[in-house]
Design a protein around this ligand. Structure first.
Ligand SMILES: Cc1cc2nc3c(=O)[nH]c(=O)nc-3n(C[C@H](O)[C@H](O)[C@H](O)COP(=O)(O)O)c2cc1C
Length: 209
């Protein structure tokens, strides 16, 4: 079997499907589902969202220069889809999706209380790319649900059951395959001999399954 060559398009999947909250500065707020989002710089911490100008949320974000990226979970999958197919022009999506607005700490945009992580953003640049305009933003604060912190203060995002979006479909995360750097880590001494395997490049690694 060979490869079919498709016309140019976006096929970087899976990606997150986040709920972006926005406000107009006059008391109106809204939620929009966004998949074109990501981290773009570690220091200073920066993120982006790309939004079509025809979205109701677009003018809000453009005028205030602020938004919140709210990560989504399996429990929030229905709400995530709903906020991506209905417009805030026609209904109150907070109410329709059963989500709770909560005061943010660094921006004048409410965050989604049910979300395990809220990333408060201040726009620093808008790139008018074409169908979508890219809001490049500096992260001003990150809100973490204490439910997912252990007694040592370590955050376990996996416990919140985050979702991803892949070519029109929502998924949970599936099995844990390894942790950062596991490919080059020495197997713990107390592992049974049969579970010590060699990695792709000859180094010992901890058997993952
Ligand atoms: C999974 C998913 C991902 C989406 N990603 C984006 C996106 O990255 N940018 C965008 O402009 N619209 C995106 N949309 C579409 C908007 O969320 C949708 O048009 C929404 O109704 C706009 O809401 P608003 O008019 O209240 O702003 C996405 C929709 C879904 C379901």
């Amino acid at each position: 079997m060979g490869k079919q060559v498709w016309k140019p398009g976006n096929m970087v999947y899976p990606v997150p499907a986040v709920l972006v909250s926005a406000a107009d500065g006059e008391g109106r707020t809204n939620l929009i589902t966004v998949a074109w989002t990501g981290t773009i710089c570690t220091n200073p911490p920066m993120a982006y969202i790309s939004v079509r100008p025809e979205r109701y949320s677009y003018d809000m974000i453009r005028s205030t220069g602020q938004f919140v990226i709210n990560l989504t979970t399996e429990d929030m999958a229905y709400a995530t889809d709903l906020c991506g197919v209905k417009s805030g022009r026609d209904l109150d999506k907070w109410q329709a999706a059963g989500l709770t607005p909560q005061r943010a700490s660094a921006v004048d945009v409410p965050l989604v209380a049910e979300s395990p992580v809220n990333i408060e953003c201040q726009v620093v640049k808008v790139e008018e790319l074409g169908s979508h305009h890219m809001f490049i933003a500096e992260v001003k604060a990150v809100d973490i649900d204490e439910k997912y912190l252990d007694e040592k203060g370590k955050f376990h995002l996996g416990k919140a059951k985050p979702i991803v979006y892949s070519h029109g479909e929502y998924y949970g995360l599936g099995a844990l395959l390894g942790t950062f750097g596991y490919s080059v880590k020495k197997a713990p001494k107390n592992l049974p001999a049969g579970r010590k395997r060699r990695g792709k490049y000859g180094q010992k690694r901890n058997g993952a399954g």
